[in-house]
Every structure is written in structure tokens, then in C-alpha cells.
Ligand binder design. Structure first.
Ligand code: PHE
Length: 448
């Protein structure tokens, strides 16, 4: 049984939705993953591909997810069932739920490390000493479980009280802190090289792997491909403008990613570090930058606190997808659902927490590959096919136009992207992961 709309909760205003959705989008994806991906994938060329993916694939899928959520006012499984009650399509909904838990299980590990960094800097303000000489397995598990607990507590509070309130106050503060850190980094001698490395594309760096990474990063950063935006869209009222909402979220998210790049790479080059240090890039570079700042310890404490909050508004959306399903479709209470999901997350995430502190981070890498590089693009691809062949793109664009009349003239282009551009590109890029590229080209060319 579905819960009646009144019990599901709605955003108090359009700005409430934008902040909450931007809160979901902006997080470790922008500040932790974007720089390390760019660092491993060659800088400027990656950034350029990323921007292309955001505009050509991210924006269309964003509008699609929000509109399907708002049209059906349901969680991912419910939304698909509302359009097509029987048949295999609902598996796509279940995949979304599984992906939500899968991402949460390793994302909260990094978020835990962020909290630990915040605690560490705070302690240094008072004692002048470092708390963690090394961040070992026990600390990793402890902070991971702690962060999952925080997420559970916020989601238990429900959509408006829990999610909206946080996003409204702390997101703007994060932006201000980032700007301050960027300015400090840019003033370091040799910083210009990092700016050039980040913004000047070197075409020789473009490989199929880099393209797949740029696309996955775009979906991950925009919280697309696993029903988070769909679920948030389902709490949007019929009066609120889907086009503006989606557009602002994409804009904010991209802005923060680029700013994160500017925060990290000038410092990387100025301080003689390596851009391709891998997943712990920011944890190596930022403390070094704070070390160069007046009052750097306090800046570090505040920055990592705000980053932890940004991560929390993202983990909240991951858990909310899972919660919405059990509440709407299974009639579970919100409290029971979030505690159970939190417990499952901690269990599933244990290997990731252990792997994060190991030398090669192998298991962690597998999780990232499975959920971010494969599941999100696949989810986005299937959603485009679902909208094209089952829901009907006409209905989808009418849903958007009903509250955004200016969308009328963009609708044909949007439908073309959802029907043709997104599926073809996502499918081809995903295929490059499994089929060697020269074979793929031969198959496409019809040769042998
Ligand atoms: N977009 C979030 C970030 O950048 C991560 C996320 C992915 C959240 C998918 C929800 C769904 O940190």
C-alpha cells in the first residue's frame, strides 16, 4: 500500500527543494572524488570531458528523474510500478535501492575519515598535538559507524525537519570557506602551474577509460542513476518549477567541483606533491595547505566540519531512497526502516572501512567501480529507455512544462537527448569497459 501524499511530506518551498537536492549533489563527490579522479585522469582533459558529460548527459537525466518523481509522487520502485505495474522494469527500482545502500556503505567510510580529520584539527587547537598518529582499522570502523548513525538520526527526522534545515544554513558557509582556501592556495609560489594543469586540456590524455570515469563522475556528483533525485522530486509540489530546480542543482554542483579543483591543484603543484596520489589526495594536500595559513588549524577544523555536513546531506539522500521504498511500498515505519538500513550499511561497509586503511585499498576500489562506474551509468541508461519506451517522453516533457512553461521550446531537444544521445553514449562508454575498444570499433564499422 502506498502512503497518502499528505503523509509523505513535501518541501516547504522551491528553495527548500533546491537546497536539499543541491545538498544531495554537493558532497564528497565534488570535493574528494572529483579532484582525485581529475588527478589520476590527467587534469584539463578530464575536466573538459566532465563538463561535456554534465551538460549532455547529466542535465537531461536530472530533469527526467525529477519529473518522473514528481509525476508519480513515489520512490523509485513505486514510480516504475505506477507507470508499468507488472514485468521486469521494477528491477530497475530495486537496483536503485541496492545502489543507494552500496554507495552509502563506502561513502560513509570517507565521510568518517572527514569527521576524524575535523576532530583531529579541533584537538590540535586546544593541545597543539595531533590526535591520530595513524588512522588505523579501529578508528576507520568507529568513524564510519558514527557517520552512519548520524545519517540514520537525520533521516529518522523526516524530509523537512531533517534534511531541509541543515542544508539551508551550512551550504553557503562551505562555499565561503572554499573561496578562502582557494585564495590562500593561489598565493603560494608556483600555484599557477596547478591552475594551468587543471584548466588547459591536453588531448593526448583522453582515453576511453578517462571518458568512462568522467561520465561516472558526472552521474555520481549529480546524484543521478539511482533514484535520489527521483525521490527528492517526489516531494516536490506540482507548482514548483522543475526546470529551474534541476538547472540550479546542476549549476551549483558543477561550480563546487571546479572550485574544489582550484582548491587542491594549485596547492599540489606549489607544495611539490603528486596530482595522482589517489583516493586520499585531499587528506594529504589540505592539511599541508592549512599548515601554510594563518590560523590554519582552526580553518582546518571548520572546513572539515563543513565538509562532513556536506557529506551528511548526501548520505541522507542515499538513505532516504531506501527509506522511501520501505515506507511507501512495504508500509514500514520510518524509524524501523532507517535503523534497519543503518545496521545493514554498517555490516556491508565493514570490508570497505578496513580496505580504506590498507595499503592498496583494493576492496574499496572494487566497490567504487561496481557502484559508481557501472551501476550509476547503467541505471541512468535504463531510466532513459524506460522513459522512451514505457512512460512516454511526451508525458515526461508535459510534466516538466506544466510548471515551467518556458520548457516548451526546449522540450524537443530534451526528448532527443533522452531518446538518442544519452542512451547511445552511455551504452557505448559502458561497453568500452567490457569489450576491447578496437573490437568495438570493428563491430560498429561492420568489419570482422
Ligand atoms: N552526489 C553525491 C556527492 O557528490 C553523492 C551521491 C551519489 C549522493 C548518488 C546520492 C546519490 O557527494
Amino acid at each position: 500500500m502506498s502512503a497518502p501524499a499528505a503523509e509523505r511530506g513535501q518541501w516547504s518551498s522551491q528553495i527548500g527543494f533546491i537546497l536539499a537536492a543541491a545538498g544531495s549533489a554537493v558532497g564528497l563527490g565534488n570535493i574528494w572524488r572529483f579532484p582525485y579522479s581529475a588527478g589520476e585522469s590527467g587534469g584539463g582533459a578530464f575536466v573538459l570531458l566532465y563538463l561535456v558529460c554534465v551538460l549532455a548527459l547529466g542535465l537531461p537525466v536530472m530533469l527526467l528523474e525529477i519529473s518522473l518523481g514528481r509525476a508519480t509522487q513515489k520512490n523509485p520502485v513505486g514510480a516504475i510500478r505506477a507507470v508499468r505495474p507488472n514485468g521486469p522494469w521494477k528491477l530497475l527500482g530495486y537496483l536503485a535501492i541496492a545502489t543507494g545502500l552500496g554507495i552509502l556503505s563506502f561513502y560513509a567510510v570517507i565521510a568518517g575519515q572527514v569527521v576524524a580529520a575535523c576532530v583531529d584539527f579541533t584537538q590540535r587547537i586546544f593541545t597543539g598535538r595531533e590526535l591520530f598518529h595513524s588512522f588505523g582499522p579501529t578508528a576507520s570502523i568507529f568513524f564510519f559507524a558514527l557517520f552512519t548513525l548520524l545519517t540514520v538520526l537525520v533521516v529518522a527526522g523526516g524530509v523537512q525537519r531533517g534534511i531541509e534545515r541543515w542544508a539551508k544554513i551550512l551550504m553557503p558557509m562551505l562555499l565561503v570557506m572554499m573561496l578562502a582556501i582557494i585564495v590562500r592556495g593561489l598565493l603560494l609560489p608556483g600555484a599557477g602551474e596547478g591552475v594551468a594543469w587543471l584548466l588547459r586540456p591536453d588531448p593526448s590524455k583522453i582515453t576511453f577509460e578517462v571518458v568512462l570515469e568522467a561520465m561516472s563522475q558526472a552521474f555520481f556528483s549529480l546524484s543521478l542513476g539511482m533514484g535520489a533525485m527521483l525521490t527528492y522530486g517526489s516531494y516536490l509540489s506540482k507548482k514548483q518549477n522543475v526546470l529551474h530546480c534541476g538547472g540550479w542543482v546542476v549549476f551549483f554542483d558543477t561550480l563546487i567541483a571546479i572550485l574544489a579543483g582550484l582548491m587542491i591543484f594549485p596547492a599540489v603543484f606549489a607544495l611539490g606533491q603528486e596530482p595522482n596520489a589517489g583516493p586520499d589526495l585531499i587528506f594529504r594536500v589540505l592539511p599541508a595547505v592549512f599548515g601554510e595559513m594563518v590560523g590554519g588549524t582552526a580553518v582546518g577544523a571548520v572546513f572539515f566540519f563543513l565538509l562532513a555536513v556536506a557529506a551528511l546531506t548526501s548520505t541522507v539522500s542515499l538513505l532516504e531512497v531506501v527509506a522511501a521504498y520501505f515506507i511507501d511500498e512495504r508500509g514500514w515505519s520510518r524509524t524501523a526502516t532507517v535503523w534497519a538500513a543503518g545496521a545493514v550499511t554498517v555490516l556491508v561497509g565493514l570490508p570497505s572501512a578496513l580496505s580504506w586503511v590498507s595499503a592498496d585499498k583494493e576492496f574499496f576500489g572494487w566497490m567504487d567501480l561496481l557502484w559508481v562506474n557501472l551501476s550509476l551509468p547503467f541505471g541512468a541508461l535504463m531510466l532513459c529507455l524506460f522513459a522512451t519506451f514505457v512512460w512516454g517522453l511526451r508525458k515526461a516533457s508535459d510534466e516538466i512544462t506544466s510548471s515551467s512553461p518556458e520548457f516548451r521550446w526546449m522540450a524537443p531537444t530534451w526528448r532527443f537527448f533522452v531518446r538518442v544521445v544519452c542512451p547511445i553514449f552511455i551504452a557505448l562508454i559502458l561497453l568500452t569497459r567490457f569489450v576491447p575498444v578496437d573490437r568495438l570499433l570493428r563491430l560498429l564499422g561492420g568489419g570482422t
